[in-house]
Design a protein around this ligand. Sequence first.
Ligand code: AMP
Length: 217
Amino acid sequence: MYIIFFGPPGVGKGTQAKILSKNFQIPHISTGDMLREAVAKKTELGLKAKSIMDQGMLVPDDLMIEIVRETLSSEKCSKGFILDGFPRNIEQAEELDSLFTELHLTNIIIILMELDEDEIIRRLSNRRNCSNCGSLFNLLADNINNECPNCKSIGTIYQRDDDKEEVIRKRLSIYKESTFPLKKYYQNNSHLIIINGSGEIEKVSVEIAAALENSKK
Ligand code: AMP
């Protein structure tokens, strides 16, 4: 199964992609996570990407396309994948289509998750991460103090620099300008599933599972 998730930051793509990845036993490929790992390891890519990401801007297409080409062509993705965070604009979508043709991949499922802007800002500004296990939490729903509720590490909970309110607004404006046009692109070129990202995580994953089931018919 080959799935692409796109939608505004904070809509819950990563959370839902992780659930599907577990259920279908196929890798979750998040370009944002790959970049954050490169930043943490201070690789050449990480050094180039850090300040761009901190400002909520998009990392140049050529760098992103190279990473995605390499990853999706690798053995671990041969049985399927869930791509989250790519494409972010029409150029990336066109490159991805060429890559799918080269790899002879068909029946790609595209899922757009949508959510209104106030809810996105509320979710993202309350989002916290654990630097040890990578878990995501929300101050509004989870009881977080100094200890990670998942891996129990102390002092590892942090807020991403790009989850600060002014950066969130920048990310949203870039989403509207560059990524939202993909809705039309995929409506014209592929079968697009649109999911409302509001409400509980379980409710949204049930909707996604039903839509995937339907898409087989
Ligand atoms: P995310 O975790 O998907 O919200 O991504 C975090 C940041 O990584 C984004 O704000 C961008 O700076 C960068 N990024 C992730 N994926 C891409 C992409 N496909 N193209 C350009 N920049 C990206």
